[in-house]
Design a protein around this ligand. Structure first.
Ligand code: ADP
Length: 651
């Protein structure tokens, strides 16, 4: 039973107030068939919307089966609407890309979270469309479409059907069919309320109400109201615990379908997030690969390595700027080797560039003078030939161990350079070994170098009397900081450096410190990558928000319809949120695949060991889905807040 008491509805139009309904009181009994008639603008639709719970009165009371509805929230109104009322519109309001069956089952998404296609098919058969269930609604005639709409209005087994000019757009034959169906439904016990301006239709009702200027001008009973038992219907708000989960699943299915039906736009809206995620995945993988390469090269040097160099202090004290710079001498290296506790090996070292000549070929390369311990300290046991000995170093022998790049450039493929004579800065050297290939480290080709005995390098090649550095390998487990302090103290006392100059006279580099520095710089790098990622995802997110806003505007009527058939604001919010998450997550997934392909290509081209980690893939995916949620919220809220009547009228 619907009881309207002293209801007024007024609209403000600028300064004037339009009273669409003025103090209307009507009671509609269960099982009645009511025609509401009247000229345009008399308030018929306003009354209809109030009865259908799509709108609320400005004042007065409205009770549905004894329950006052004026204080109910939008969510509660939607629940009541879908359990009590079925709507039929003049424009049919079907979803054009879906089949008749899907249209009929659609309201169940909000009541059961799962379409019941068996019931939907039965309802279509009841309205004479059993042979059209799989057709899209835009392939059906007007009369057929209205019959689909009637079947849809029945899916939640409502007690009342509200029909707004249901035959207004139809030919007379279809009109008869539709009226026949409505009368049959009424005979089965459903209350039918039809708004119409056609007298033939009004004459078929059991009760005819005429409206004029917002008031009821006449109210006639044309046929007696049959006595019928009170029907009891359960409250539509009972949901089991899995309701939302099923609804999410159904929204996901429909979301993929909606997006699939507009592939170009969906693709374009994914583009931002796709590029962002691809870039992140590729950069992380390549960055990680580069880091690992640097780390493995550093660790091949061993973390027990100390490198001694002279500092900036000058002999004779700070005051005497003219004093010669304190230098690390070959004897210093000897003393470290014999006297510093915990030393495993020492290699004195000088370095420079050299012009190398073999027959007519020339090559400029880096030349290092080193002790024989270099071989073990740098994992440089020659792949062919041998390393030089301490004896050769003492004799300042002109022997050289060369890198593979030099072999290639000077000797060519397939020629053994061992025993050949080359000239380094015009001095003759015999090649005695070829260094193992090490590959590139950053921009430096580690195979483009020559190692010669340090004394030969100093006295025969570079004319140096002092060392550039001394590399000291300590026994494993040595306290490196202590050893480095002891080494500096030893040097200071040897060179009689005053305490005031002390810290500047010598520097000791600790390989472990350098490794720490590298890992901290790689952290900075990661931060940089993360901020690039954040920016690209932000841009992608804004793109998605844009498209979703357009989609909400485009689908305003659809949203109005969904609300009319019982979708709560939260249902609509969920639906649009899921759509934007689908866009961003699919975009993100494609981005991951593309990023991974880029990584493989870069790894192949540069010969770097790159690796896409599962962690970065998961992170990218979760991030892109998160972007979908964050940037989808605004459009989804906008959709869920739409007023159903205005949305239904939207052109
Ligand atoms: P009918 O359905 O009989 O044509 P309506 O109920 O649509 O009449 O309208 C009744 C009156 O209320 C009309 O004067 C109309 O202009 C006014 N009206 C209806 N809806 C609105 C609205 N949303 N804003 C302002 N005025 C409205």
């Amino acid at each position: 039973m619907l009881e309207i008491k002293n209801v007024t509805k007024s609209y403000k139009m600028g300064d004037t107030v339009v009273h669409a309904l003025k103090d209307v009181s009507i009671t509609i009994e269960d099982g009645d068939f009511v025609a509401i008639m009247g000229p345009s603008g008399s308030g018929k639709s306003t009354l209809m919307h109030l009865m259908g719970l799509l709108d609320s009165p400005s004042s007065g009371s409205y009770r549905v089966n004894g329950r006052e509805v004026s204080g109910l929230t939008e969510e509660d109104l939607a629940i009541l609407r879908r359990s009590e009322i079925g709507f039929i519109f003049q424009q049919f309001n079907l979803l054009p890309r879906q089949t008749a069956l899907e249209n009929v089952a659609m309201p169940e998404l909000y009541s059961q979270a799962r379409p019941d296609f068996v019931l939907a098919e039965k309802l279509l058969q009841d309205v004479g469309l059993g042979h059209r269930v799989g057709h899209r609604t835009n392939e059906l005639s007007g009369g057929q479409q209205q019959r689909v709409a009637i079947a849809r209005s029945l899916i939640n087994q409502p007690r009342v059907i509200l029909a707004d000019e249901p035959t207004g757009n139809l030919d007379s034959k279809s009109e008869e069919e539709i009226m026949g169906i409505l009368k049959r439904l009424n005979a089965e016990g459903i209350t039918v309320i039809v708004v119409t301006h056609e007298d033939e239709i009004g004459a078929q009702a059991k009760r005819r109400i005429r409206m004029r200027d917002g008031v009821v001008s006449s109210d006639e009973r044309l046929q007696p109201l049959p006595a019928r038992p009170e029907t009891v219907k359960e409250d539509g708000s009972v949901h089991d615990r899995l309701f939302r989960l099923r609804q999410v699943g159904e929204h996901l299915r429909q979301g993929f379908k909606t997006l699939g039906s507009n592939k170009v736009r969906t693709g374009l809206s994914m583009l931002g997030i796709l590029i962002g995620v691809a870039a992140v995945v590729a950069m992380l993988a390549i960055g990680q690969g580069a880091q690992e390469a640097i780390k493995s090269q550093l660790s091949s040097l061993g973390s027990n390595l100390l490198v001694l160099r002279s500092g900036n202090a000058r002999a004779g004290g700070v005051a005497q700027e003219s004093g010669a710079r304190i230098r690390v001498m070959i004897d210093d290296a000897r003393q470290i080797e014999t006297e510093l506790p915990g030393v495993k090996a020492v290699s004195p070292s000088v370095s420079g560039r050299g012009q190398v000549q073999y027959l007519s070929k020339n090559w400029n390369t880096s030349v290092t003078g080193a002790g024989p311990s270099y071989e073990s300290m740098h994992a440089s046991t020659p792949q062919t030939g041998r390393f030089f000995t301490e004896d050769e170093n003492q004799k300042r022998a002109r022997v050289a161990v060369i890198g593979t790049t030099l072999v290639r450039e000077l000797f060519g493929e397939g020629v053994s350079p061992i025993g050949e004579m080359i000239k380094i800065n015009k001095v003759n050297f015999q090649v005695i070994g070829v260094l193992p290939a090490k590959g590139a480290s950053g921009f430096r080709d580690q195979d483009d170098q020559i190692i010669v005995p340090v004394l030969t390098a100093m006295y025969r090649l570079m004319g140096k009397t002092a060392l550039d550095s001394v590399e000291v390998e300590m026994q494993p487990g040595t306290d490196m900081d202590g050893a480095s302090d002891a080494m500096i103290a030893m040097m200071e006392s040897r060179h009689k450096v005053a305490a005031s100059q002390g810290t500047e006279a010598f520097n000791v580099f600790n390989m472990a410190d350098i490794q720490a520095a590298v890992s901290s710089s790689s952290k900075t790098m990661s931060m940089l990558l993360a901020s690039i990622a954040a920016i690209s995802l932000l841009v992608g997110g804004v793109g998605i928000m844009n498209i979703m806003l357009v989609s909400v505007t485009e689908r305003t009527r659809e949203i109005g319809l969904r609300k009319a058939v019982g979708a709560r604001p939260s249902d609509i919010l969920l639906q649009f949120l899921i759509e934007s998450v689908v866009v961003s997550a699919v975009g993100g997934s494609i981005g991951i695949v593309i990023g991974w392909l880029i990584t493989i290509a870069v790894a192949g081209a540069l010969g770097w060991a790159t690796s896409v980690s599962l962690g970065s893939v998961m992170l990218s995916f979760l991030f892109s889905a998160g972007v979908g949620v964050i940037f989808g919220i605004y459009p989804a809220r906008k959709a869920s807040n739409l007023n159903p009547i205005e949305a239904l009228r939207y052109e």
